[in-house]
Structure formats: structure tokens, C-alpha cells
Design a protein around this ligand. Structure first.
Ligand SMILES: C[S@@+](CC[C@H](N)C(=O)[O-])C[C@H]1O[C@@H](n2cnc3c(N)ncnc32)[C@H](O)[C@@H]1O
Length: 211
């Protein structure tokens, strides 16, 4: 049986991808991924299928072609943390594919600020409502943002729900040339026009010496 690959490409810079994962991509015939993932491997000049909300079509394509060609599905960060692997594992048995792990964006964000994450709530806000996800959380929060749940929206919500004293760290475009890490009070976060790749960390109140 020809196994297809699900490859975690990490936060996006080639230096942060495992050598074995890179090999899996370079050995494939066809790459499936979003624009950012495909761009990273454009030097391989492989055939590409763009993933952009067309999940059904892509999964059908994999079902029909996985025995004929070597397919690599590229996902950002680690496949086991909020990625297409969720759908894949429901539709295929685990002996039909092989997962190559990657560094998750939240791991890189926590490494950048020199903090542990075993005491944090790890939360992805992708397509979710803030109130459902954030209600009642007391610990350090590590949030993967999206174009609706931006740092500004999250800060507005938290300021109205008992998090006034907290400080946030905003880690943008991790591992890319324009990476930016800011420590900022929730009330000082401003709205920005453009959505950026972003992990937002809300620090524990007691860790906050400056507030
Ligand atoms: C669909 S989730 C995928 C998470 C991924 N599986 C992981 O382990 O990081 C996409 C979110 O991950 C975060 N992300 C991915 N790459 C990033 C980067 N280079 N810098 C900052 N955040 C990133 C952003 O919050 C983005 O909205």
C-alpha cells in the first residue's frame, strides 16, 4: 500500500523543519497545501494542489489517487494540533498515511519568550466564538488567533471579562524575516487593518511584576 504523507512544516522557515519531513516532501510527486506551505517548497517544482477551503474535493482526490502517486499534504506547525489531520484521520485508517511532526507555532512563541507551556491552556480560536472558548479560563493562555479573533478583538473581550490586569505577548510571523514579539498591556492593543500570523499569550496575573 502506498502511504500518503501528512507533513508538519513548522512555523514556516525552512530552518525549523525536521530533515525527515523535508525529505518526505522532496520525495513526493504531488504537494497539497495552502499558499504559504506550497511557497516554502516551490523550489522543488512539484505538481501542486491548492488547499483553500476545498476540503471535500482534496480528500476525494487523495482517496482516488493515493495508490497512483506519492502525495504529501503540507500543514503548518504540527499536524496533531488543529490541522487537516483531524479530517484525514476520520476518513482514512492510520495505516494509509504517515504523519511527520513539526514544531507548533505555540511552541516557538513560548520558546521566544523563555516560558514553559505545561501550565498553560492552549487554545485555537480558528472559526470559534471568543465567549465559548475563553470563559472561565484562569491560567496562562496561549491563543492561536485568526482573521476574526485578532489580538484587538481578544483584548476587548478579555478587558470586559475580568482580565483587566493581565499583560499579553503578541508573537507575529514567527521564524519569518518580519518576526515581531511584543509585550503589551491588553488595554494598549490597537486594531490593525491587516491580519498577521499570530500567537497571543496572556500571562498569568501573578507573574506580572509590572502590573
Ligand atoms: C490553522 S492554525 C494551525 C496551527 C498549527 N497546526 C500549529 O501547530 O501551529 C493556524 C494558526 O497558527 C498560528 N501560526 C502558524 N504559523 C505561525 C507563525 N509563523 N507565526 C505566528 N503564528 C503562526 C496562527 O495563529 C495561525 O492563525
Amino acid at each position: 500500500m502506498n502511504k500518503f504523507s501528512v507533513v508538519g512544516i513548522g512555523p514556516g522557515n525552512m530552518d525549523y523543519i525536521l530533515p525527515i519531513s523535508r525529505k518526505a516532501v522532496e520525495n513526493a510527486d504531488l504537494l497539497i497545501g495552502g499558499p504559504r506551505q506550497l511557497e516554502l517548497f516551490s523550489y522543488t517544482e512539484k505538481r501542486e494542489l491548492l488547499l483553500k477551503g476545498n476540503y471535500k474535493e482534496i480528500l476525494t482526490y487523495i482517496k482516488e489517487n493515493k495508490e497512483k502517486e506519492k502525495i504529501a499534504v503540507l500543514v503548518s506547525g504540527d499536524p496533531g494540533y488543529h490541522s487537516l489531520l483531524g479530517m484525514i484521520s476520520r476518513q482514512f485508517s492510520s495505516d494509509q498515511y504517515r504523519v511527520y511532526p513539526g514544531l507548533s507555532s505555540f511552541q516557538v512563541a513560548m520558546a521566544r519568550i523563555g516560558e514553559i507551556w505545561n501550565d498553560a491552556d492552549l487554545i485555537s480560536l480558528h472559526g470559534k466564538s471568543l465567549s465559548k472558548v475563553l470563559e472561565g479560563k484562569g491560567k496562562k493562555l496561549v491563543l492561536l488567533t485568526d482573521h476574526k479573533n485578532t489580538p484587538w478583538h481578544i483584548a476587548r473581550y478579555l478587558l470586559n471579562h475580568g482580565y483587566e490586569g493581565r499583560e499579553a505577548l503578541i508573537a507575529e510571523n514567527l521564524t519569518y524575516g518580519n518576526e515581531k514579539i511584543r509585550k503589551i498591556k491588553l488595554k494598549d492593543i490597537i486594531e490593525e487593518d491587516e491580519y498577521k500570523l499570530c500567537v497571543m499569550i496572556i500571562m498569568k496575573k501573578e507573574e506580572n511584576s509590572t502590573l
